[in-house]
Design a protein around this ligand. Structure first.
Ligand SMILES: NC(=O)c1ccc[n+]([C@@H]2O[C@H](COP(=O)([O-])OP(=O)(O)OC[C@H]3O[C@@H](n4cnc5c(N)ncnc54)[C@H](O)[C@@H]3O)[C@@H](O)[C@H]2O)c1
Length: 304
């Protein structure tokens, strides 16, 4: 298996699971946003930008049976500030990879897409894959473009692919220093005695899915022949304030969250219908929210 972005948050969890299942793994990552968790020595690795000859030739040499494409610029706000840089990484580099994958004999391809970013203000909740895609930021538009190219590569080059539309993934080793990743940011704040920050009323809902469940979905998708988009979420709405209060209670801090103004364009509700994942991959999430938040907070405590 080749895992691009295998040094990142979702990547390190997935690589560990792949190795535990006995797979041969090559990680391609230039470490620009490595999460700090160790890549096990059993995995081969190439430290290179995705679209460089070093990365693409290493893929050809490795002759993978499947490729999991996680490497991306993940910040929604950053994509709004610099859409062209976002597209270079999230669209153009993806295309270079797809070309190399076809040349390498068309291994199965699994693409990390985003439910939250692709559907925008969905009219139906929970949202299924048949809902129209109406992204609100360049990050989501780039994921949709990636899916568009995948459909074209499937029709023209017979590439077998799945685009996993993840919900809000959280868990150990997520970066809590940036603008995205509310659970990780809140864990970091709580460990220094500060309450989590909540935007607006905090009543807006999201689909929080634990990273271990996402890693399992990645493995199932790599080993399947299901084509097209597949939501990877819990199907349950969780408000931001509920996450903030649960984490605060787990941390034993007698405090209320700190309220800050809502972000412009923030979607009031977003959660995904995971029926297709259940029917085609046999995937259902296993880790309930409170347990996942506990595991995450404990891991941040250990790392502090
Ligand atoms: N975390 C979430 O909640 C979430 C939700 C939906 C979709 N996704 C998608 O899942 C994937 C993984 O997300 P993550 O949270 O693990 O992100 P991450 O930033 O932790 O990991 C991405 C990894 O890719 C590497 N990388 C980025 N661009 C690269 C390039 N051009 N060449 C080589 N390496 C490169 C980084 O160094 C990093 O190690 C991304 O495609 C992201 O858009 C994440």
């Amino acid at each position: 298996m080749v895992v691009t972005g295998g040094a990142g948050f979702i990547g390190t969890h997935t690589v560990a699971l792949l190795l535990a299942e006995g797979a041969r793994v090559l990680v391609i990552d230039d470490l620009r946003h490595a999460c700090g968790a160790e890549i096990p020595p059993e995995a081969d690795r190439v430290e290179a930008e995705l679209s460089t000859p070093a990365a693409l030739e290493s893929l050809a040499r490795f002759q993978p049976t499947a490729v999991l494409h996680l490497a991306a610029q993940g910040g929604v706000s950053r994509s709004l500030r610099d859409p062209a840089a976002d597209a270079l990484n999230n669209v153009v580099a993806t295309l270079a990879l797809l070309r190399a994958v076809v040349d390498a004999g068309r291994p199965r391809f699994v693409f990390a897409s985003s439910g939250g970013a692709i559907y925008g203000r969905a009219r139906r909740l929970p949202t299924s894959e048949t809902a129209p895609a109406r992204p609100l930021a360049p990050y989501g538009a780039a994921k949709l473009a990636g899916e568009g190219y995948l459909g074209m590569f499937q029709r023209t080059f017979k590439l077998s692919y799945a685009a996993l539309r993840y919900g809000n993934v959280y868990g150990p080793h997520q970066d809590g220093t940036g603008e995205a990743g509310m659970v990780a940011i809140s864990c970091r704040r709580l460990l220094t005695g500060e309450p989590p920050r909540v935007t607006g009323t905090g009543e807006q809902t999201r689909d929080f899915v634990y990273v271990g469940d996402v890693a399992r979905a990645n493995l199932l998708a790599l080993g399947s022949t299901t084509q097209g988009p597949i939501n990877i979420g819990t199907g349950r709405p969780t408000s931001i304030i509920e996450v903030a209060r649960t984490l605060t209670a787990l941390a034993g801090l007698p405090a209320e969250p700190e309220f800050v103004p809502a972000r412009p364009g923030e979607v009031p509700a977003s959660y995904l219908d995971p029926a297709r994942a259940r029917a085609t991959l046999g995937w259902t999430p296993r880790v309930p929210l409170e347990e996942g938040l506990k595991l995450t907070l404990e891991s941040f405590r250990r790392a502090a």
